[in-house]
Design a protein around this ligand. Structure first.
Ligand code: HEM
Length: 435
């Protein structure tokens, strides 16, 4: 099997730490759809290209196991039945339980509230002059997700949702990605975040028990009644946790990249303003009105293509399998590089350029099977894709409708930043004011 470039002993550890997406992109371009990467004490097999996206959704469904990767996180958090760490019929039962909870219809029904939360956060940020995008979009999306999951309960304090994010960041880097030694989780700084995060989850569970809400939180409690074997007390807390850790960094990062691209391109901004302004004539627009606005939809999709927050999915080979003429042995760690196709010039012309017209007629480059996969693929394909897409369309439309602004820093291309998923770097600062 071809080997990804690396140094003696360290292997690809340094380029993977610095810019994993660029490393994987270059290795796929030169080595093809399967290669092995060694990084210090770890090694894994990368599956890439269209065939990888078809494999994860088809022949590879049984061979690629999620528990081998996510299981360490689930064990650490004492939630052995966390959806993302499960495979097979129990995993399907959980997806069925939550099937209506992370949809665009949920955002549609609560769009006035989501708009109010979004504008409140943007106004607050805009008041103090220029501001760092990353913190603001994370706080904003965290509030949106809480509102959508709790159906409008008062939001928890920002420092508590920040602790949820921080503890997950430490756990991902130390337990899952091997970027930090596991001993990091003994440091007081991590413990403080972990305690605060657990306390918030306990509070959310207790208040949902007292006054059962609709939606995801209610279904978690209902699952504990109807499928007690899948819901220990830890699993209930894990159920409340999952949408926050899956939805906040991903939607937040994409919104941050959108702000950078749109405010940095006056011509694109003018096209968006012309298309979006009429949508607000009768109040906050519905999902179908937003999605039916071609340049808006194309801009969101272009951000998901060029800046894929979750650019690959991690698995373990549950049995030996063949892929692209090579054998992958049972037990090997596998990274399915689901977004390798996003920057493959075979499918997307001049792929490192942000160019919304590629999603519009006559080009419509995404209309090729298995090449556009920002939400992953196969049994674990993002359950929140509908909700996420609706948040992004509405979020961008609200910015365009109500604000004007500019990028203050950096004065040039963005530095790649992984925290742990692909995010806008902290030095990205913008200025906004009401139109
Ligand atoms: C830009 C937005 C988003 C992106 C790019 C994204 C990406 C992904 C990807 C790639 C996966 C597959 C992970 C894997 O196979 O290991 C996934 C799973 C998941 N996502 Fe999203 N996501 C987004 C938004 C959301 C939102 C808003 C929520 C909920 C509020 C959410 C909830 C979930 C859940 C629960 C799973 C696990 C599904 C399962 O294990 O069966 N996501 N997401």
């Amino acid at each position: 099997m071809p080997k990804g470039p690396g140094w003696p002993m360290l292997g690809a550890a340094w380029p993977l730490l610095r810019d994993p997406l660029a490393y994987l992109r270059d290795a796929y371009a030169s080595l093809g759809p399967i290669f092995e990467v060694g990084a210090a004490h770890r090694s894994f097999v990368v599956l890439a290209g269209k065939q990888a996206n078809r494999f994860i959704a088809g022949a590879g469904r049984g061979a690629l196991r999620s528990d081998g990767f996510w299981g360490r996180f689930a064990a650490h958090r004492q939630c052995p039945h966390l959806m993302i760490a499960m495979d097979g019929p129990d995993h399907l039962a959980l997806r069925k339980l939550y099937k209506d909870d992370l949809t665009r219809a949920v955002v549609d029904a609560r769009r006035e509230d989501v708009a109010a939360v979004t504008l409140e956060q943007l106004d607050h940020a805009a008041d103090g002059g220029d501001f760092g995008v990353l913190d603001v979009v994370r706080r904003l999306v965290s509030r949106q997700v809480h509102d959508l999951l709790s159906h409008g309960a008062p939001p928890p304090p920002d420092e508590a949702t920040e602790a949820v994010r921080e503890s997950f960041r430490w756990e991902t880097n130390a337990l899952l990605l091997g970027k930090w030694p596991e001993l990091a989780l003994r440091l007081p700084q991590y413990r403080r975040h972990a305690q605060r995060s657990e306390a918030l989850l306990e509070e959310l569970v207790a208040s949902a028990r007292e006054d059962p809400p609709a939606g995801w939180f209610a279904h978690t409690l209902q699952g504990a009644e109807t499928m007690p074997e899948l819901f220990t007390e830890g699993d209930i807390r894990g159920g409340f946790l999952l949408p926050f850790v899956a939805g906040v960094d991903t939607v937040g990062a994409t919104l941050g990249f959108l702000l950078h691209e749109v405010l940095g391109d006056p011509e694109l901004l003018a096209r968006l303003v012309a298309a979006v302004d009429p949508l607000f004539e009768d109040g906050v627009p519905t999902y179908s009105a937003l999605k039916g606005t071609p340049v808006l939809h194309a801009t969101v999709r272009e951000a998901l293509r060029l800046y894929p927050a979750a650019f690959g999915v991690y698995r373990r080979a549950g049995s030996t399998f063949r892929f692209a003429d090579h054998e992958v042995a049972e037990g090997r760690d596998v990274l399915v590089f689901t977004t390798s196709t996003h920057t493959d010039p075979q499918y997307f012309a001049d792929p490192l350029r942000f160019d919304v017209d590629r999603f519009l007629p006559p080009r419509e480059e995404h209309k090729q099977s298995a090449v556009f996969a920002p939400f992953g693929g196969g049994p674990h394909v993002c359950l929140g894709a509908g909700m996420g897409m609706a948040q992004l369309l509405l979020g961008l439309a609200l910015v365009v409708r109500h604000f004007e602004g500019e990028v203050v820093a950096p004065d040039g291309p963005l530095r790649p930043f992984y925290d742990p998923s692909l995010s806008p770097p902290p030095e990205l600062r913008i200025r906004l004011s009401r139109r």
